[in-house]
Design a binder for this molecule. Structure first.
Ligand SMILES: Nc1nc2c(c(=O)[nH]1)N[C@H]1C(S)=C(S)[C@@H](COP(=O)(O)OP(=O)(O)OC[C@H]3O[C@@H](n4cnc5c(=O)[nH]c(N)nc54)[C@H](O)[C@@H]3O)O[C@H]1N2
Ligand SMILES: Nc1nc2c(c(=O)[nH]1)N[C@H]1C(S)=C(S)[C@@H](COP(=O)(O)OP(=O)(O)OC[C@H]3O[C@@H](n4cnc5c(=O)[nH]c(N)nc54)[C@H](O)[C@@H]3O)O[C@H]1N2
Ligand code: SF4
Ligand SMILES: [Mo]
Length: 698
């Protein structure tokens, strides 16, 4: 059998895979593609087991609708699609277009993201479309846009990591979340480079490093400002670079004057010695790289924290060389493309802005509508989900919701509140391959295809646009997301808004509309991508080679310079006190993916992590007289969970950690806090106050 080259269904690494199609009912075989330059044959356990998704016996094969008793039952496509279209039309007529909202995903292909945004703006006419990327890297994206004028996770190819003389993995646990990255760090170490990790836990990633800083959750901004303070004090700043390539340095310099090493040590718990060690290594490295993950970003001050990182790297003169500067490790499969093509509340395709008159005109012209007819900016992800039901705190509520590619009942902060909102909806429509916790609350569930059954493009964390290929035909029953949107558009009287469900054709439309925009894909097509290992945007014409390295000559602001921002630390929305004395932070384990909707159904993965464990330091257990307990009750101001205990000396004594991959009574998001960053609207997933107590025996 001929092997087909395509990519993993999961994270932003989008590892190249080789698929040997199954014969008849056999599952295809998946192995790493040694020729794909990002993973070079390596896969993590999730990618290696991904074909098991196709074997899941609970795969949805027919639409589901509620019967008169409220039970979800199989229905025909005709009746399900007719019902959705009629219901959304009725709500629009009775309550206005903003009564219906859309929630998308960074897991969708570029074609789907584009079609979903067009569906929301042209067919539904609603302002309210946002997506789960808001929960993911929106803080890093916002800060990069403001500082550099453009936001691409990595401004250089991952294969240039070995060029870095020092790399700081700041709140990224890539040894578990993007394991094939390890090979690039091994090469970097072989070249004599240093590796530093900043994480409240001594993670697998930290165990590979030369230096591990273990700060208090939420103190990253203080620490970064302190490093800039030390850089100034020790004369390590590159004044020539600052003068040539940046603006705003003096104000930023002034602002960090008070971040002395002892002040920083008091607030972050990182010793003066470690602060000086890290700064020295960075300063003496011709190429130093600060790479952030969700740890410092998922806070109500995530944007300012990333500004503090960028300020530091600009002051040291490190930004603008390959393998150096600041990067964000984008998370979801299409986390990058997902934030470029118009499913974000404030965006239009090509990373254009919905409140910019010129951008509105360009997109409206391409879509054949008047600019005034395009909706304006809508609500951000959590705010949208906090407005469900007939009325919201700030006006009329959202009565109908279409969710495509996100398990919002598990993935959202303060999830109990979101679940209540979902129950208040008149019509909840979920498009998915599995009956996840959100779909179980839906009025209509529409089954979609799995990734080997359709083609489409993804943009990985390096801004590399790649082609996923169709490997095998789908089973009878499910339809593609593009087909579902097209069918709904037709039923809602707007057939011309989404004329095609062919990914190749949709991509051509997307590519053409991005011409001249920040994320310019106009030189790309499925046929070109099929003959390459992906192309990094901007790619402004068929002959243009793409842009592997950015910022070498100039930044994307009109004056070509990068901007410093004055950022001050501020308290988290909720801090430990007598009643709730611990810091609760959340994140991931190797075997599960995000809300777990996909991986909990794969036995080879789930059997290794069948339930969430709470990581807690033995000294913390001693302190609260809890040693030896198998299960403990974890409480925050929003609720309590019973969790299996994993005692470990790898975590700070004042901090506990729980992964978020589980639903219902195992969902840590029932306990998290919905405080949002004022700029990015990112929730504070990484910090709230908690208490541990014994489980009461009845
Ligand atoms: N196995 C696996 N891999 C994945 C995913 C998955 O669900 N599972 N999801 C993908 C997606 S969508 C994403 S976004 C990425 C995320 O990838 P990562 O960012 O690596 O993942 P997280 O576990 O969320 O957070 C990373 C680290 O932040 C630390 N941390 C917590 N609070 C703080 C803090 O206040 N400051 C600092 N400095 N660190 C802190 C945690 O201890 C954790 O080790 O992974 C992608 N890859
Ligand atoms: N406490 C806490 N909460 C968090 C985080 C954290 O660190 N801590 N991290 C946040 C982050 S970074 C993220 S990215 C979110 C992710 O969390 P979610 O938004 O829930 O994302 P997933 O679990 O990846 O996917 C949800 C659903 O999409 C479906 N799906 C996948 N691909 C497609 C497709 O092409 N079409 C359709 N129709 N469906 C598809 C899957 O089957 C699955 O049911 O969680 C956030 N929540
Ligand atoms: S690292 Fe990400 S893309 Fe690669 S195999 Fe694992 S989940 Fe898939
Ligand atoms: Mo993410």
């Amino acid at each position: 059998m001929q092997k087909v080259r395509t990519h993993c269904p999961f994270c932003a690494f989008q590892c190249g895979i080789l698929v040997t199609p199954g014969r008849g009912p056999d599952t295809p075989q998946i192995e790493g593609d040694p020729d794909f330059p990002v993973n070079r044959g390596k896969l993590c356990i999730k990618g290696a087991e991904s074909a098991r998704l196709l074997e899941r016996s609970d795969r949805l094969l027919a639409p589901l609708m509620r019967d008169p008793d409220g039970v979800l039952c199989p229905a025909s496509w005709e009746s399900a699609l007719d019902f959705v279209a009629r219901s959304f039309e009725d709500m629009r007529r009775a309550h206005g277009a903003n009564a219906v909202a859309v929630f998308g995903s960074g897991g969708l292909t570029n074609e789907k993201v584009y079609a979903l945004g067009k569906f929301a703006r042209l067919v539904l006419g609603t302002a309210h479309i946002d997506y789960n990327g808001r929960y993911c890297m929106s803080s890093a994206a916002a800060a990069q846009n403001r500082a550099f004028g453009v936001d691409r996770g990595f401004p250089f190819p991952v294969e240039d990591i070995p060029l870095a003389d020092c790399v700081i993995s700041w709140g990224s646990n890539w040894a578990e979340t993007m394991p094939p990255l390890r090979q690039w760090f091994e090469l970097q170490r072989e070249r004599g480079g240093r590796s530093v990790v900043v994480d409240p836990r001594r993670t697998e990633t930290a165990k590979c490093a030369d230096l591990h800083l273990q700060p208090l959750p939420g103190s990253d901004l203080v620490l970064a400002n302190g490093l800039l303070h030390l850089a100034i004090e020790s004369g390590a700043v590159d004044l020539d670079y600052i003068a040539r390539r940046t603006t705003g340095y003096d104000a930023a310099k002034h602002a960090v004057a008070r971040y002395s090493p002892d002040y920083v040590e008091r607030l972050s718990g990182v010793s003066e010695r470690q602060q000086r060690q890290l700064l020295k290594w960075m300063a003496e490295s011709p190429r130093a790289l600060l790479m952030s993950g969700r740890g410092p970003e998922q806070h109500s001050k995530g944007v300012d924290t990333v500004h503090a990182f960028i300020n530091l790297m600009l002051a040291l003169g490190k930004v603008g060389k390959s393998g150096s500067g600041y990067t964000c490790l984008t998370g979801q499969g299409n986390g990058q493309g997902g934030r470029e093509h118009g499913q974000k509340a404030d965006q239009l395709p090509g990373y254009r802005l919905i409140e910019n008159e010129t951008h509105r005109s360009v997109v409206a012209a391409a879509w054949g509508v008047e600019p005034e007819s395009l909706p304006h900016k809508g609500k951000s992800a959590y705010e949208l989900l906090n407005s469900l039901g007939p009325s919201a705190s700030d006006g009329p509520g959202i009565r109908g919701l279409l969710v495509m590619g996100s398990n919002v009942a598990v993935a959202s902060p303060n999830a109990g509140n979101v679940i209540e909102g979902l129950k208040r909806l008149e019509t909840l429509v979920v498009v998915d391959s599995f009956l996840n916790e959100t779909a179980q609350l839906a009025h209509v569930v529409l089954p979609s295809l799995l990734w080997l059954e359709e083609s489409g493009t993804m943009t990985n964390f390096e801004g590399r646009v790649i082609l996923r290929r169709e490997v095998q035909p789908p089973p009878p029953g499910p339809l593609s997301d593009l087909r579902i949107l097209k069918e709904l558009a037709r039923r809602m009287g707007k057939p011309n808004a989404l004329p095609s469900d062919d990914p190749d054709v949709v991509f051509s439309e997307l590519a053409a509309i991005t011409q001249g925009a920040t994320a310019d894909y106009s030189g790309l097509s499925h046929s070109r991508l099929a003959t390459t290992q992906g192309v990094q945007w901007p790619c402004i014409g068929p002959q243009h080679p793409g842009t592997p390295v950015m910022f070498e000559e100039h930044f994307a602001h009109p004056d070509g310079r990068a901007k410093f921002f004055v950022v001050e630390t501020r308290d988290a929305a909720e801090l430990p006190d007598e009643e709730f004395p611990l810091y609760l932070t959340t994140g991931r384990v190797r075997e599960h993916y995000n809300s777990g909707a996909q991986t909990r159904g794969i036995a080879a993965l789930n059997s290794r992590q069948p339930e969430p464990c709470i990581e807690v330091h033995p000294a913390c257990l001693e302190r609260f007289d809890l040693a030896g307990e198998e299960r403990l009750c974890l409480s925050t101001r929003r609720g309590s969970l019973l969790l299996r205990v994993k005692p470990t000396a790898d975590i700070r004594v004042d901090t506990v950690f729980v992964p978020f991959h589980y639903g219902y009574a195992q969902s840590i998001n029932l306990l998290t806090l919905a405080a949002l960053d004022p700029v990015s609207r990112m929730p504070e997933f990484k910090l709230c106050a908690a208490r541990l107590t014994k489980v009461l025996k009845s």
